[in-house]
Design a protein around this ligand. Structure first.
Ligand SMILES: [Zn+2]
Length: 365
């Protein structure tokens, strides 16, 4: 009886939530397309016509259901917990002295406080966040740092501090404690090992390891159950980002917090992403050596439009290289049809400028 009632109220709440979401989505589409809306009349028919359809998300890529507030909080192991809004993730340790939080994604925002309150109410530990670790300087992962106030020890890499002083974003106060290579954070009987292994996704991205819980948090590198975000996670150092996969896998973790999407990672997720990237790299190399560049030069060269030569050629390589990889990974990695072409483009550009695989733009004979 109780269970029935609970199910009923959950269903109502989620209906309300999803109709609000649908409304916001429609409003966003309508405002982005004032001309189309004016010509065609408002309604979801034209929104559906404008926005592409994608393959369904595999069940194995989905995380736990969110509550009415739009978040899920769960225990990883012992006093280590994680929070997600199904798009971003943070993790926190409850200790005898206070909470150690790693990252403060703005989309989770004040739900971080609710999640911490929920966990500490149940385990009796102090709920105040005393330490905040930054994985890297990017606003989408730490842009809610300001809600924890000034009275918190903020820990980050030296470069993170430099970027944050430069950016002067009031929502991302600079770290108060910085390190260059390694830092061991011990608070109230709990331990996190922070390490810098060189530039990858960003110049300052660090690895956060919880040895007792055998959990690694490294953000914007591994995407459990999904293909990486656009252009290889918009990484600034692609060879460094690829190398970071191997570094991550050398840690003896059992659980991975990737900072994105709705679920945690297992080691098989790491191996699968490495395989996806290796397959994509092979396909890009094959396409560079097989695709005839003559038509691109022939069409745009005579008019002197160099950028059109590059745009059309690079686009064609990315599209052709992505096609077999999309076919292989659809249903295995979520959104293979959304970002594989962009990821092929990212690999192609890195193969060109980092590895010197220049294709038709190499040393002139
Ligand atoms: Zn980032």
């Amino acid at each position: 009886m109780n269970a029935d009632r609970a199910t009923g109220s959950d269903a109502t709440a989620s209906t309300t939530h999803s109709s609000r979401r649908t409304f916001l989505a429609r409003a966003a589409v309508a405002s982005a397309l004032p001309l189309a809306a004016g010509l065609l009349g408002a309604g979801e028919a034209q929104a559906a016509a404008v926005l592409p359809d994608y393959a369904p998300i595999p069940e194995a890529s989905k995380g736990p259901a969110l509550n009415d507030r739009g978040y899920f909080v769960g225990r990883i192991d012992g006093d280590l917990h994680w929070v997600t809004d199904s798009s971003y993730q943070a993790m926190f340790l409850t200790t005898r002295q206070g909470v150690v939080l790693v990252d403060a994604p703005p989309t989770i925002g004040h739900n971080l406080l609710r999640a911490i309150e929920e966990v500490t109410r149940a385990n009796g530990r102090p709920r105040k966040v005393t330490h905040l670790v930054y994985s890297h300087s990017h606003a989408d992962h730490i842009g809610a740092a300001s809600i924890f106030g000034r009275d918190v020890v903020r820990i980050g890499h030296t470069e993170t501090a430099r970027f944050l002083r430069r950016d002067a974003d009031p929502n991302r106060p600079a770290p108060t404690l910085t390190f260059d290579d390694h830092h061991v954070l011990q608070v109230g009987g709990e331990r996190l090992e922070l390490a810098y292994h060189g530039p990858n996704h960003s110049p300052d991205n660090i690895f956060v390891y919880a040895p007792k819980q055998e959990t690694l948090m490294v953000v914007d590198v591994l995407y459990p159950g999904w293909v990486p975000f656009k252009n290889l996670a918009v990484s600034q150092d692609i060879p460094g980002w690829l190398r970071a996969h191997g570094i991550a896998m050398r840690y003896p973790w059992r659980t991975l917090v990737g900072g994105h999407l709705g679920r945690l990672g297992a080691r098989a997720d790491g191996h699968l992403q490495q395989r996806y990237l290796a397959d994509l790299q092979t396909s890009v190399r094959d396409t560079v050596s097989s695709l005839d560049p003559a038509p691109f030069f022939g069409k745009y060269g005579p008019a002197g439009n160099s950028w059109a030569v590059f745009a059309a050629y690079l686009n064609a390589v990315a599209e052709q290289a992505a096609a077999p990889v999309i076919a292989d990974y659809l249903g295995i990695l979520a959104a293979a049809d959304v970002f594989t072409k962009d990821n092929a483009f990212g690999l192609l550009e890195s193969l060109r400028i980092d590895a010197g695989l220049l294709g038709p733009f190499g040393i002139r004979p």
